[in-house]
Design a protein around this ligand. Structure first.
Ligand code: HEM
Ligand code: NAG
Ligand code: NAG
Length: 302
């Protein structure tokens, strides 16, 4: 090898190495699937719309599925892995068992997307993230561009489901819990606004909250308009009608009261902050580049 060849290789090889390092740390991009499968996002949207039309609650369930994915070891679809040799599932842990819903909808979307894309090019983690956005839109909420390019984990992390906040949490506990994920007080209040849709078990309900106090029912709406993405959740907090203790903790004479008040009076401010915080939550510890895999079946590692 001549000196100039070696010099050439030195530079070229460094450039290749840098490119590989850069791609394994690649940031997410909203245009990630534009070339490889332009039909991916429209397909997810159509299937989410159909699922929400069939059962309005499914929109809430898909939003929560994304939250419970991202807070446990990042947005890597680890929540979707079933129990198998070498894998302890997250699905039966305390926060998820008989509570998280929508797994079948994600499986149906995945098979349709793989069909239109002629192969498994879209990760389960990205499908869950886009389905959460499309669910919010289907129930009348804001839209936003979803950064994409997440890959799927090869393991599940049941022990890390303790990172999910509990419904009896105080404000200081909630703030610390979100801080651990890189999320601040504004993210906490905005994202808690996800409780503008969906249902919860009455065993979690505060006594001040009327929808469960008649007795007999097992589930109650998290706000009085559980199929509409609106600001009624925040209006209820201001009236001391929060469903969960962790909801009312956001308006209970402390630092987050003012933000709750602002969102209760200003749908535009809530929409803008919710969209911004959803992007932040969706960016928690993604697997990118050569890390992880694109699962063929969301419930199993390849
Ligand atoms: C701030 C801390 C949070 C706590 C303590 C919390 C807790 C809970 C609990 C206990 C339930 C009811 C589960 C059941 O009864 O089985 C629930 C439901 C729900 N949560 Fe949260 N959550 C929090 C944050 C979030 C976030 C950040 C989102 C999304 C942005 C979210 C979206 C939902 C939705 C949509 C439902 C209703 C699901 C359905 O109807 O299937 N939550 N949450
Ligand atoms: C999950 O719920 C089922 C009932 O559907 C119950 O039989 C099982 O013991 C629960 N699993 C755990 C780990 O608590
Ligand atoms: C509200 O604050 C009071 C006084 O600090 C506290 O005792 C109570 O548990 C709080 N309630 C909620 C729902 O956070």
């Amino acid at each position: 090898m001549t000196y100039s060849n070696r010099l050439f290789c030195f530079h070229l090889c460094n450039m290749v190495a840098l490119a590989i390092i850069a791609s394994s740390h690649a940031t997410l991009s909203p245009t990630f699937y534009d070339k490889v499968c332009p039909q991916a996002l429209p397909t997810i949207k159509k299937m989410v719309q159909a699922a929400v039309q069939k059962e309005r609650r499914m929109g809430a369930s898909l939003l929560r599925l994304h939250f419970h994915d991202c807070f446990v070891h990042g947005c890597d679809a680890s929540i979707l892995l079933d129990e198998a040799p070498g894998i302890r599932t997250e699905k039966t842990t305390a926060p998820n068992n008989n509570s998280v819903r929508g797994y079948e909808v994600i499986d149906q979307i995945k098979s349709k997307v793989d069909q239109v894309c002629r192969g498994p090019v879209v990760s389960c983690a990205d499908i869950v993230t886009v389905a959460a956005r499309d669910s919010v839109v289907a129930l009348g909420g804001p839209t936003w561009k979803v950064p994409l390019g997440r890959r799927d984990s090869t393991d599940a992390y049941p022990d890390e489901t303790s990172d999910l906040p509990g419904p009896a949490s105080s404000l200081s506990t909630l703030l610390a819990n979100f801080k651990k994920q890189g999320l601040d007080a504004r993210d906490l209040v905005a994202l808690s606004g996800g409780h503008t849709i969906g249902l919860a078990r009455c065993i979690f309900a505060r006594p001040e909250q009327s929808d469960c106090s008649r007795g007999g029912q097992t589930l109650g709406p998290l706000d009085s308009t559980p199929t509409h993405f609106d600001t009624v959740y925040f209006k209820s907090l201001v009236k001391n009608k929060g469903f969960l203790p962790s909801d009312q903790a956001l308006f209970n004479g402390s630092s987050t009261d003012s933000l709750v008040k602002i969102y209760s009076l200003n749908p535009g401010a809530f929409s803008a902050d919710f969209a911004r915080s959803m992007i932040k939550m969706g960016n928690i510890r993604p697997l990118t580049g050569t890390h992880g895999q694109i699962r063929v079946n969301c419930g199993k590692r390849n």
